[in-house]
Design a binder for this molecule. Structure first.
Ligand SMILES: CC(C)(COP(=O)(O)OP(=O)(O)OC[C@H]1O[C@@H](n2cnc3c(N)ncnc32)[C@H](O)[C@@H]1OP(=O)(O)O)[C@@H](O)C(=O)NCCC(=O)NCCS
Length: 202
């Protein structure tokens, strides 16, 4: 059963595959990631996540048509099939055709190696070319330089700053509001498809 389920690939990327969440195998990893303060310092969450609350989140998410969440799996031969995080389209507004992306790579040894970029490229392709969404937004706390950078290099543009909006690490920080349209993302996608990089080498 597990072998069969491991082969589910909804979106296939260069370094990762995205597949639907699977409570039976993803629950423990998600609980560990969300309770890890090195990970959750970058997220909106700040309360401990109990098993019960995590169960409620899984159940609510699986039934929601306005939130689409995928498990991110590495696709290399050695670690193939291993879930390293989550990425989702949230608060989908089917009239305005907008959504908000959220991502977390919970396995920290995978940070900074392009896995997040690959997952983001895939979910934007799905958002624009399958769901026909018009604009995708994201928000990033000031000290999360890595998230800001990967959003910008995927085509997002800074739309505004909510000054001293977020209290973390004992003080207030700015919150950056970002947005990307298909026309911002498409040239990045084409370059990425051709070269495996988000920017052409000069
Ligand atoms: C944010 C996250 C999804 C990004 O995924 P990732 O695989 O680590 O990111 P990538 O390797 O694809 O890209 C990271 C980029 O940030 C850059 N970067 C890393 N640290 C940086 C820093 N301190 N300052 C500036 N840029 C930085 C990297 O150089 C890379 O950009 P480049 O390819 O243009 O050089 C992942 O790190 C994560 O889950 N972090 C914890 C939770 C989180 O922050 N979620 C997002 C909340 S908004």
């Amino acid at each position: 059963m597990e072998e069969r389920q491991k082969k589910i690939i909804f979106l296939k990327g260069k370094k990762v595959n995205l597949r639907p969440l699977r409570k039976a195998t993803d629950f423990e990893s998600c609980l560990r990631w969300i309770n890890d303060c090195e990970v959750n310092q970058y997220l909106a969450t700040y309360l401990p996540m109990s098993e019960q609350k995590e169960e409620e989140w899984f159940d609510k998410t699986s039934k929601s048509s306005d939130n689409i969440v995928f498990a991110i799996e590495v696709s290399d031969v050695l670690n193939g099939g291993m879930p390293i995080g989550l990425i989702g389209l949230h608060n989908i507004n089917w009239k305005d055709r907008t959504a908000v992306t959220g991502a977390v790579i919970g396995e920290k040894e995978y940070w900074n190696q392009g896995y997040g970029t690959d997952a983001k490229m895939l979910i934007l392709e799905y958002a624009f070319n399958t769901l026909n969404l018009h604009k995708i937004c994201s928000s990033v706390v000031e000290f999360n330089k890595r998230s800001l950078q990967y959003n910008l290099h995927c085509g997002y543009k800074l739309e505004g700053t909510e000054r001293k909006q977020v209290f973390k690490r004992g003080r207030y920080w700015d919150k950056y509001i970002l947005g990307v349209f298909k026309n911002d993302w498409l040239p990045v996608w084409r370059t990425y498809q051709k070269t495996g990089k988000v920017k052409e080498k000069i």
